[in-house]
Design a binder for this molecule. Structure first.
Ligand code: CU
Length: 156
């Protein structure tokens, strides 16, 4: 009985230490928009959830020279897009990167992306204590005409 209790305590302490040391960010529903040949940029989207406040601070993928974090918003009746330095992931609320809001822009694509392709990303996440964790994500390429307002992106 006593040994069991000790084991339980030890396990609980280890779990507590782990969850306070690193942001536990869960990524779901990751996808990118497929491209036509010679297209230079495309958007990537996903849902980010965290039990503690965290922030997405950078993203990389082997198939693009860079990945920028962008925010789209309506100014009057004009849709505007601007780069942001990071995207907050509020504890328990999370954030959706989706067409028309926050999203990732893949810049200078190295190859065409076809529907069904699996695209790897590495997300760098920072928690409240400025501890950084990287999260590996695989995003599925959806057809060019998948719903959302990113079809008319300017080419770079
Ligand atoms: Cu964008």
């Amino acid at each position: 009985m006593r040994a069991e209790l000790k084991y339980w305590l030890a396990t609980t302490l280890v779990m507590a230490a782990t969850s306070s040391a690193f942001a536990q960010v869960k990524v779901t529903d990751a996808w990118v928009r497929a491209t036509v040949a010679q297209q230079g940029v495309t958007g990537a989207f996903m849902r980010l959830d965290s039990a503690t406040d965290a922030r997405l601070i950078s993203v990389t993928t082997p198939i693009a020279a860079a990945v920028e974090m962008h925010r789209m918003s309506m100014e009057g009746d004009v849709m505007k897009m601007a780069p942001v330095s990071g995207i907050d992931i509020p504890a328990g609320k999370g954030v959706s990167l989706q067409p028309g809001g926050y999203h990732l822009m893949m810049i200078k694509l190295k190859s065409q992306i076809k529907a069904g392709d699996m695209i790897p990303f590495t997300l760098l996440i920072e928690d409240q204590d400025h501890q950084r964790t990287s999260v590996e994500v695989r995003a599925t390429a959806r057809p060019l005409n998948a719903p959302g307002g990113m079809g008319a992106m300017p080419r770079k």
